[in-house]
Ligand binder design. Structure first.
Ligand code: SF4
Length: 282
């Protein structure tokens, strides 16, 4: 996790959970897995346990320590809604996001069913938070479109799609109720190519539906070389949002102390390694 990020559509990343398992074709070349597995067995490293699922309660309060308002990608190295993450822990993450309302949090998942269920029930209050954007990944029609359906069935204030890596022509994308679209091709070794016509179709649909459109990258083996231009220009659009100023330092410290108690409870529970057998990419 970092208070600065190279990911084009965010400012910082926050990982109160680490590790994940693969659920769909978009996971095939998961950058988080590649990164985490490089450090498996390295004593003392944050990813000593590789990409095994692990709660990281000592990071729960991290956004409260950041005074400058930021856009924060939640769990860039994991997926908050995995089966192995307890509802209570997800609730603790939500409470931190609600308290740190000078930041904007971007929560992205492939486990849309669980996110949807929680936002419609015990975390209903979280759906109405203006500073939390809820999103789903869409790599193809088969796996992505049911996620869009789940997302739009939630009462979330701000809903977004991360169409990355785009693996096929999506045809008509159901954009009703969607507030932001990020689009990108896959990068790294073995990257699957994205055709220009697929990207242009989504851009044009966003234009017609008046949905802000962010073109992240073409991807490929050398993503810097492929660049971020689509038809000769960049698209760096975001939803409208009210940026808040941080509270005075004494108020921020008070919040931090409140949540340090919650953090300590999770730390005292001990045994946060939640390793599960790996599943293969379908
Ligand atoms: S859901 Fe995301 S973090 Fe988890 S394996 Fe797939 S791509 Fe990686």
């Amino acid at each position: 996790m970092s208070d600065q990020s190279k990911i084009e559509w965010t400012d910082a990343t926050w990982n109160p959970v680490r590790g994940c398992t693969k659920v769909s074709p978009g996971c095939k070349h998961c950058y988080a897995e590649v990164f985490a597995e490089r450090f498996r067995g390295v004593a003392g490293h944050a990813y000593e346990q590789g990409f095994d699922l692990r709660l990281v309660p000592e990071k729960l309060t991290q956004p409260l320590t950041w005074r400058e308002p930021r856009m924060i990608f939640v769990n860039s190295m994991s997926d908050l809604f995995q089966d192995g993450v307890p509802d209570k822990y997800i609730a603790a993450v939500v409470e931190v996001m609600a308290a740190a309302d000078w930041h904007t949090f971007q929560v992205l998942t492939k486990r849309s069913k669980r996110m949807c269920e929680l936002l419609r029930s015990r975390l209903r209050h979280a759906a109405s938070l203006q500073n939390v954007w809820w999103g789903v990944s869409v790599e193809d029609r088969k796996h992505g479109f049911p996620r869009i359906k789940d997302l739009t069935s939630t009462p979330a204030e701000v809903r977004f799609l991360s169409i990355e890596p785009l693996l096929e022509d999506l045809g008509v994308v159901p954009l009703a109720g969607i507030d932001w679209v990020i689009l990108g091709g896959e990068s790294g070794a073995g990257a699957r190519a994205m055709e220009e016509s697929w990207a242009l179709s989504i851009r044009d649909q966003c234009r017609i539906a008046r949905v802000p459109f962010f073109f992240k990258q073409w991807g490929g083996m050398n993503k810097a070389k492929q660049g971020r231009l689509l038809c000769g220009r960049t698209y760096d659009e975001f939803p409208c949002f009210n940026s808040q100023t941080a509270p005075p330092d004494n108020e921020r410290r008070r919040l931090l102390n409140t949540f340090l108690g919650v953090q300590m409870q999770w730390n005292q529970n001990g045994g946060h390694s939640l390793s599960k057998p790996r599943t293969n990419c379908r």
